[in-house]
Design a protein around this ligand. Structure first.
Ligand code: MN
Ligand code: MG
Length: 629
C-alpha cells in the first residue's frame, strides 16, 4: 500500500491534492459474474472502495470522481431499467456512489441505453453533482448558448490543508464530456430529444468562463479513450486532444476500458507513461468494472489568482493490490448492493428451457457457431411472425449475429459459455448482454455484399501457401464481426480488407466476400432483402454499408435479449442447426493461428467442416489454435 499511498515531497506553501477516479463501472458493484453465477475476483466497486479508503488515508486532501458508464453492463442494470428490483429504493449504483461520498461525476455513452427518462429519474437520487458539457436539450448558436442536459461544468469549493496543515480555500472546476456518437448509438432513445457537440469544441468554449468564475484548477472527466494528438471534429476518443487544451490541468479518461498509464501507450506522441501525462497534463484511465482505481497526485502552489498546478502525475492501482480485509467503504458498497444482488440472482436463475448443445463463442471468429445461429434464428423468427400478411411478407428475411463476448481485450474470461442442459435467464443474458432492441432494415444485394466486406475486416490478410500466419486484427472489436444467416458466402483471406477497423474504406476495389448466395442462387446487386439487426447497428453504429435509419422498415422496440428468451420459451429449448452458412475460401497449404479461451473445446456442431487443431498456449493465458484454410 505504501508504494502508492506515499505523498509527493512538498515545499513550503504547497498543497497536495489527490484525485481518485473510477470509470466504466458498468454496474459491477460486487465481485460477481451474473452470467456464470460465480464469484469474479478482480472487479466490482466494493473492491475498488477498499483502494479508495487506502488512498484517502495516504493523502491530506482528496477528491473522488466518476467518469461515466455506471448504469449498464450487468443483468442487475438491465433489471433495474425494466421496472426495478427493490421497490421504493434508489438505484443500487447511485446508493453505492453516495455511500462512498463521490464529489462529482459525468455521464458515459451507455447511460443513455435505457432512455432519457430512466436516466434522469435515476440521477435524482445522486448526492453528488453531475456535469456533461456536450449534451444539450436545445442547441444554441454556440456551445455556451446551448441548454445543456446537465450542468456544463461544476465549481467545487473545498477547504484543503497545505503542507503546514493550514486551511486553504480551493475552487475546483470539473468539466465532463462523452462521445457525440450517442446520437447514432442510441438514436431511438435520443432522436428529437437531445443533441451533442464535439467534445473538444464544447469544452474549449467553457474553459475561459470557468477561470473567470474563479476555478483554481480544472479537471476534465473525459468519458473517451486516449485517441490521436490532433483534434478532429466529432472524434470518439479525444482525451489526448482534450488534455492539450490550455486551461485543462488534469484528465480522467475512459470509455475504451483500457489502462493508462501502461506500456501499451509508450510510443505515442504527447504521451508520457512514466510520469502519467497526456500532452504534459497528469492523467489516468482506470480500466473497467472497478478493476483499477485511478490516482492523480497534484502539487499546487499559490499564484496571483489563487492556486496553480506546480507538478502532477497520474497512475492506476489494480484491485488485486487490495489487502485481504475489506474496508468500511467496501462494506458500505456491499450493503448498498445487497438487496438488489439477491433479487438479481433470483431473477437470472429463472428457468426458460433446455439446450441440446453447449453454446460458446470460443470459435465464433472462425465458424458459424451455434451461439451465433440461435441469436440470428430468434430475431428472424420474431420478425417473420410479425410481417406475415403485410406487404413485406414476400421479401426474404435474413438475420445478423455478432460475438459480443469473444476474448480480445476483455481477457480470457470474456466469452459466452452456456452449457448443454437447463437454460436460465442468465444464459440468455450471456448470449445477448446488450440492452439494444430489434430492428428490421430493407437492403439490396449490393448492401449485403458491402455489409459482409465490413465484417471481413476482422481478419488480417494472409499469404497463400504459408503456414501459421496471424488471423485476427487485434484492433477489430468482435462485436463488429456481423455474420448474416440465411445466406451462404465465403471469405477470401488472401485479399486485402476493403474497410479499416472503424469502417472507413481503405481499399475500394478489395473483395473478400465470394460466392454470395441466397437459397442456392447468386445474390444480384439489385435483389431485395430484409435484414433483422439491432437498434445500434440500424442507427448507423460502427458504420456498416446498408445499415442506416432510413432503411428501417419495421421495429417494435422489443429488447433483442427478450426476443431470444421468447424464442426459447416458444420452442421449449434449443437444438443444433448445421445448415450451410459462411466459411473461409479454401487456400490449400495455408494455415493461420488465433487465440481463444483456455477452456475452449472443439464442439462438433461448431467446428463441422473446418479444420482446426490446438497449437499450444498463447499470450496472457489464452489458448492458441491453428486453422488450415
Ligand atoms: Mn464503457
Ligand atoms: Mg463508454
Amino acid at each position: 500500500m505504501t508504494r502508492y499511498a506515499r505523498p509527493p515531497l512538498l515545499q513550503a506553501g504547497q498543497l497536495h491534492l489527490r484525485v481518485l477516479a473510477t470509470t466504466d463501472l458498468h454496474m459491477h458493484l460486487l465481485p460477481w459474474d451474473y452470467y456464470a453465477d460465480l464469484p469474479r475476483p478482480g472487479v466490482g466497486l466494493a473492491r475498488t472502495a477498499d483502494l479508495i479508503a487506502f488512498a484517502r488515508a495516504g493523502a491530506p486532501n482528496t477528491l473522488l470522481l466518476d467518469n461515466g458508464d455506471i448504469l449498464q453492463g450487468t443483468p442487475m442494470g438491465d433489471l433495474m431499467a425494466q421496472g426495478g428490483l427493490v421497490p421504493g429504493t434508489p438505484h443500487p449504483m447511485i446508493l453505492a456512489l453516495n455511500s462512498l461520498g463521490y464529489d462529482a461525476a459525468t455521464l458515459g455513452n451507455h447511460e443513455f441505453n435505457y432512455g432519457l427518462d430512466f436516466l434522469m429519474g435515476t440521477l435524482d437520487a445522486a448526492a453528488f453533482p453531475l456535469t456533461s458539457v456536450n449534451v444539450a436539450l436545445k442547441a444554441g448558436s454556440s456551445p455556451r448558448a446551448d441548454r445543456t442536459l446537465l450542468a456544463p461544468y461544476l465549481l467545487l469549493d473545498r477547504v484543503m490543508a497545505d503542507v503546514a496543515g493550514a486551511p486553504q480555500p480551493l475552487r475546483i472546476g470539473i468539466v465532463g464530456m462523452l462521445p457525440p456518437q450517442i446520437m447514432v448509438w442510441d438514436r431511438d432513445h435520443l432522436q428529437g430529444r437531445v443533441t451533442t457537440r464535439d467534445m473538444v469544441e464544447a469544452t474549449a468554449a467553457f474553459l475561459p468562463e470557468m477561470r473567470e468564475a474563479g476555478a483554481d484548477i480544472i479537471i476534465a472527466l473525459c468519458h473517451s479513450g486516449i485517441g490521436a494528438a490532433g483534434a478532429s471534429l466529432g472524434m470518439e476518443n479525444a482525451a489526448l486532444a482534450l488534455a492539450a487544451l490550455p486551461g485543462i490541468d488534469a484528465v480522467v479518461a475512459g470509455h475504451s476500458h483500457l489502462v493508462f498509464p501502461s506500456t501499451a501507450y509508450a510510443a505515442r506522441d504527447g504521451v508520457d507513461v512514466d510520469r502519467g501525462t497526456l500532452a504534459g497534463k497528469p492523467a489516468t484511465m482506470p480500466g473497467a468494472f472497478g478493476s483499477h482505481l485511478g490516482l492523480i497526485d497534484l502539487v499546487l502552489e499559490p499564484d496571483a489568482r489563487g492556486w496553480r498546478v506546480a507538478q502532477g502525475s497520474g497512475r492506476t492501482v489494480p484491485v488485486s493490490a487490495t489487502p485481504g480485509r475489506a474496508s468500511a467503504a467496501g462494506r458500505a458498497v456491499a450493503q448498498a448492493a445487497r438487496r438488489a444482488h439477491v433479487e438479481t440472482l433470483r431473477q437470472v436463475r429463472r428457468p426458460v428451457g433446455h439446450s441440446a448443445m453447449p453454446l460458446t463463442t470460443h470459435f465464433a471468429m472462425v465458424a458459424p457457431v451455434q451461439a451465433a445461429r440461435v441469436i440470428a434464428a430468434a430475431k428472424r423468427w420474431h420478425v417473420a411472425e410479425r410481417l406475415r400478411g403485410t406487404a413485406l411478407a414476400d421479401v426474404p428475411i435474413l438475420s445478423t449475429a455478432a460475438p459480443f463476448k469473444a476474448g480480445g481485450r476483455g481477457g480470457t474470461g470474456h466469452y459466452t459459455e452456456v452449457p448443454q442442459g437447463p437454460l436460465a435467464l442468465r444464459h440468455v443474458a450471456d448470449l445477448y448482454p446488450f440492452p439494444n432492441t430489434i430492428c428490421a432494415l430493407q437492403v439490396s444485394g449490393a448492401d449485403l455484399a458491402g455489409w459482409l466486406e465490413r465484417s471481413a475486416g476482422a481478419f488480417l490478410q494472409v499469404a497463400p501457401g504459408r503456414a501459421d500466419q496471424p488471423l485476427l486484427d487485434p484492433e477489430f472489436p468482435t462485436s463488429s464481426f456481423d455474420t448474416i444467416f440465411g445466406l451462404t458466402y465465403s471469405i477470401d483471406l488472401s485479399q486485402p480488407a476493403r474497410f479499416d477497423v472503424h469502417g472507413a474504406v481503405q481499399v475500394p476495389a478489395a473483395q473478400r466476400i465470394g460466392d454470395l448466395r441466397h437459397a442456392g442462387r447468386p445474390v444480384a446487386p439489385g435483389d431485395r432483402f430484409i435484414v433483422v439487426t439491432n437498434s445500434y447497428r440500424a442507427g448507423g453504429g460502427s458504420r456498416f454499408p446498408g445499415a442506416s435509419p432510413d432503411r428501417i422498415v419495421w421495429t417494435d422496440g422489443q429488447r433483442t435479449a427478450d426476443v431470444l428468451r421468447d424464442y426459447i420459451l416458444a420452442r421449449g429449448g434449443l437444438r443444433p442447426d448445421t445448415t450451410a452458412a459462411w466459411r473461409f475460401h479454401p487456400l490449400p497449404g495455408t494455415s493461420v493461428l488465433f487465440d481463444t479461451a483456455p477452456r475452449a473445446r472443439l464442439l462438433p456442431d461448431d467446428s463441422a467442416g473446418i479444420d482446426i487443431e490446438p497449437a499450444g498456449p498463447g499470450p496472457d493465458g489464452f489458448a492458441r489454435f491453428r486453422l488450415r484454410l
